[in-house]
Ligand binder design. Structure first.
Ligand code: ASP
Length: 409
């Protein structure tokens, strides 16, 4: 049987088993979760996380060595960042607009009296930008600091390109290392149906579904905005900017979406999302290996949507009317805040605390959405990585057009 179908079966079985146990036998769920679901999920998570740092390092180095020309590299960099910032801004505007229209925080009763949430400290934007250059590259690799790894890999790749034959062996080493890692992704993915089953059964089974009822309208607005971003924004970006068939884009990237959904982590999904983009969507390695790791860190459209909706929701619950200037502040803070934080589970809430602070809304309001955020995190992560892939496809197509023109000129 085709692997993608097996993974879908794992996903659906995980949803069904998680739900049924949650409703009919919470005690049995606890045991099964401890001894079966969580371990299965954890093994799978570790296996793919094991590949993230080497893949990013090898492939970006090779990409930069292959491109060689710093002008081309900065052209790709600028296109990517402009795309990332604009789609994130569009995403948060969709979130804000829908929640101002549907007003999820004005309908229903929300108990704010015992709301309690301690915000973790998010890095400031200045700090992040200053810290892009690693003082110690081994430390960056050891701690998985994505922006620093990207910066170091770009330097190494550029050096390999400049030294040419002199660094031929190093280049070969990176090429073979990259092939080896891609092979391991294929191997680890054989475990994906079971891992997905474990992760999903554990997440669905441990939800307090009562919390969902009270928050139904909020969930509805977030999901609606995510769906619009996913279908309309990415569909038209891929269709009009890359002139590709959006349906084949979604189909080709589907395996990665499921991994994003089940792991709730753009970072952990990287090995699979790069693999899907390169093999199924035919994005050249050089471009995929640069755009997608960068996107996993700085481009989180789904997360931006949640922040937009959550900010308006919390403002409504606390009867605070957001002015136009405050709404603009929300857009700006949400776009900038996403730059410095890694794509790992739950990071969206840390970013949200920053956004709420920027317009003086009570951070404790996050307590209201905390209970249902785990499930929404799954959905928005799938959207986050699809946005990165759409960008990779668009940049790849635009570079394709450039190449023949340059060769002719
Ligand atoms: N889990 C998300 C990601 O990794 C980030 C978030 O919204 O919490 O992309």
């Amino acid at each position: 049987m085709n692997l993608a179908i097996k993974i879908i079966i794992g996903l659906l079985a995980g949803i069904a088993v998680g739900f049924l146990l949650n409703i009919f036998s919470p005690d049995l769920f606890k045991n099964l979760d401890t001894y079966l679901f969580s371990p299965l999920g954890k093994i799978f998570l570790n296996l793919i996380n094991m590949l993230v740092v080497p893949i990013v390092f090898f492939s970006i180095t090779l990409g930069a060595a292959g491109i060689g020309d710093p002008k081309k590299l900065s052209r790709i960099g600028i296109k990517t960042i402009v795309y990332f910032l604009s789609t994130t801004a569009v995403a948060i505007i969709i979130g804000l607009a829908l929640s101002l229209l549907i007003q999820p925080g004005n309908i229903g009763e929300f108990n704010t009296s015992n709301a309690d949430y301690q915000a973790e400290k998010a890095p400031s934007i200045g700090e992040t930008l200053l810290n892009i250059f690693p003082k110690n590259p081994i430390e960056a690799l050891a701690t998985g600091n994505m922006l620093q790894i990207i910066a170091f890999a770009l330097f190494v790749g550029f050096g390999i390109a400049m030294l040419g034959e002199k660094a031929g062996m190093v280049k070969k080493l990176f090429e073979q290392g990259n092939d080896l890692m891609m092979y391991l992704v294929g191997l680890v993915m054989k475990f994906a149906p079971y891992g997905t089953f474990g992760l999903i059964a554990s997440a669905i089974g441990s939800q307090g579904w009562d919390a969902f009822k009270a928050m139904l309208l909020y969930v509805f607005v977030v999901v609606l905005a995510l769906a619009i971003q996913f279908t309309v924004v990415y569909g038209s970006a891929v269709g009009f900017l890359a002139k590709r068939n959006p349906l084949s884009f979604y189909k080709g990237f589907f395996p990665a979406m499921i991994i994003g959904f089940s792991t709730s982590s753009s970072n952990a999904s990287l090995p699979v999302s790069m693999n899907s983009a390169q093999k199924n969507l035919k994005v050249p390695e050089q471009i995929s290996s640069f755009v997608q790791p960068l996107g996993a860190t700085i481009n989180m459209d789904g997360t931006a949507i949640m922040q937009g909706v959550a900010t308006v929701f919390i403002a409504q619950v606390y009867s605070h009317n957001l002015t136009i200037a405050e709404l603009l502040t929300v857009v700006l803070t949400a776009v900038l805040a996403s730059i410095g934080t890694a794509g790992v589970p739950g990071v969206g809430l840390i970013l949200l605390a920053m956004v709420l602070n920027s317009v003086n809304l009570p951070v404790e309001g996050i307590a209201l959405i905390l209970g249902i955020d785990r499930i929404l995190d799954m959905l928005r992560t799938a959207v986050n990585i699809t946005g990165d892939a759409a960008c990779a496809v668009i940049v790849a197509e635009s570079e394709k057009k450039k190449e023949p023109a340059q060769k002719a000129g």
